[in-house]
Design a protein around this ligand. Structure first.
Ligand code: MTE
Length: 317
């Protein structure tokens, strides 16, 4: 079988400059086209087609390898979990508008032969940015299909050469309470941190995403760079990363500190293991009416099940 997750390098000609994209959005907003076209598309497709082509976003239609369409740029960037800003998913984008993702550096350190601090431009230039259309399954039982652009975490880790003592990778989000109002909340142990086992981190499906739909990463999705681990619940995919550390012991994570009985280190998508407060058997795909069954490892079992051979997934949740 062909590997459906094979990455596709993106030609720079396919990437719309963000400024151009934004000015088109501003134009559409001003013309009331965004709201209007959604309504028209639902009840009168022929009328929607009459809208001048210039007013329509030219983001290409995309689908995942299971044949499900990608969610729209609007959905993906306006329905977010990013507790550094707020716990209200529909207010993240607005509160994150003034966040400054540039300049930005990512420090890669710990048990490595070549510790380095990369500027975001170094990372964008050094590693070929590829498209990966992945399902994102939130532990809250909603999901989306997202066309990320980015590069494999393994290619970055190879640059710094983990030593033989390195067994885990720890990730940390930027701490900027002056720009991120949610970080003033005393209910969470900031900064957000996450972790992976080294073999999970080196897996070809694990990427550092720098954009979506070929556009730079929106602030609400974790600009300028975030992790994406598609077979795990979404909270493992930590946003706005400033530090990656190779360590010997399993690192602690924000969610396992907040709710150790609810959020384990592995957090692989598993429809057979309910969350203590709700079922994980089904999910609501954003934009769909009916719930759909949740797939083991979020549909990536063929690629990743071997990583957990011999482990009791009810114990190692
Ligand atoms: N990373 C940080 N730093 N802060 C967060 O609150 N939320 C997580 C994850 N990464 C979160 C985070 C959760 S719960 C989910 S479901 C995904 O981001 C959501 O990603 P999206 O908003 O890009 O869809």
């Amino acid at each position: 079988m062909n590997n459906p997750y094979k990455s596709v390098p993106i030609k720079s000609s396919e990437i719309t400059p963000y400024s151009q994209y934004l000015s088109r959005r501003d134009f559409m907003k001003a013309a009331g086209v965004l709201a209007g076209s959604a309504l028209l598309a639902a009840c009168a497709p022929e009328a929607a087609e009459a809208t001048p082509p210039m007013a329509l976003p030219d983001l290409p239609a995309k689908m995942d390898e299971l044949g499900d369409p990608a969610n729209s740029f609007e959905d993906i960037s306006n329905y977010n979990n990013f507790y550094e800003f707020t716990t209200d998913k529909e207010s993240v984008a607005r509160l994150a508008e003034k966040f400054t993702p540039k300049p930005w550096t990512v420090e890669v350190s710990g048990l490595v032969n070549n510790p380095r601090t990369f500027g975001i431009e170094d990372l964008l230039g050094k590693f070929t940015q590829e498209e990966r259309i992945y399902r994102l399954r939130c532990v809250e039982a909603w999901s989306m299909v997202i066309p990320w652009t980015g590069f494999t975490l393994s290619s970055l880790l190879k640059e710094v050469e983990p030593t033989s003592d390195a067994k885990y990778v720890r990730f940390e989000t930027v701490y900027r309470p002056e720009e991120m109002p949610g970080q003033s909340s005393p209910f969470y142990p900031w900064p957000y941190q996450e972790g992976l086992r080294l073999d999970e981190a080196m897996h070809n499906l694990t990427i550092l995403a720098t954009g979506l739909y070929g556009l730079p990463m929106p602030n609400s999705n974790g600009a300028p760079i975030r992790l994406v681990v598609p077979w795990k619940y979404g909270f493992k995919s930590i946003k706005s990363i400033v530090r990656i550390e190779l360590v010997a012991e399993q690192p602690t994570t924000l969610w396992s500190m907040v709710g150790p009985n609810e959020y384990g280190f592995y957090s692989n998508v598993n429809p057979n293991r309910p969350h203590p407060r709700w079922s994980q058997a089904t999910e609501r795909r954003i934009g769909e009416f009916n719930r759909r069954p949740t797939l083991m490892f979020n549909g990536y079992a063929e690629e990743v099940a071997h990583l957990y051979e011999g482990m009791d997934l009810n114990v190692n949740y």
